[in-house]
Unconditional design. Sequence first.
Length: 202
Amino acid sequence: MKKWNIGWGTTSLCNMKCKFCYSKLHRKETKDLGLEEWLNFININHEYIKSINYGTGENSISDDWFSLIAYIRSKYPEIRQALTTNGYTSEVIQRDSNKKKILLSAIDEIDISLDYADKKKHNEFRGQEHAYDWAIQMLKICKEENIRATIVCLGSAQNMYYDNLEGIFGIAKEYNACCLFLSANSCGASVIAKFCSASVNV
């Protein structure tokens, strides 16, 4: 039986105002499904699912998302779960020990958005004054808890220059993370390249 790797956006909610965002207009018109629908989908389709990467909105804004990942880990532990976050998840789990416990037990890998090694530039690019600190805090937690981490950088003419790339690689090396570089386009993003810290010299 063929099993699928799924990209799942459980929520359209987001706490940033990224300059490049290709879905902000759609989000205003979107009505999200709820926990009941999510669980129904999993219960019907679990045997066809190999892994799930939660992305699109900032999933940790939703309390129900934590219930979802806990349920899947408990009932279908063979499904690998990963999260793509702008870093805000680190703030959520620092404030709520129960959510931290759920995240650490249910999520196998975390992808963290970081487009600039410079704090001011990254915050401006993401439209959020805490974006850089949240991303670094999430990388630190991943290192401390031995969770596989990947820095996801949206490459553009503005940030694909030597000093910034050197800085991103340096942060990846410090936190034992991989780097995934994406190219922005009108439909979303496509992969440019992926590197792991063990293969990067800075």
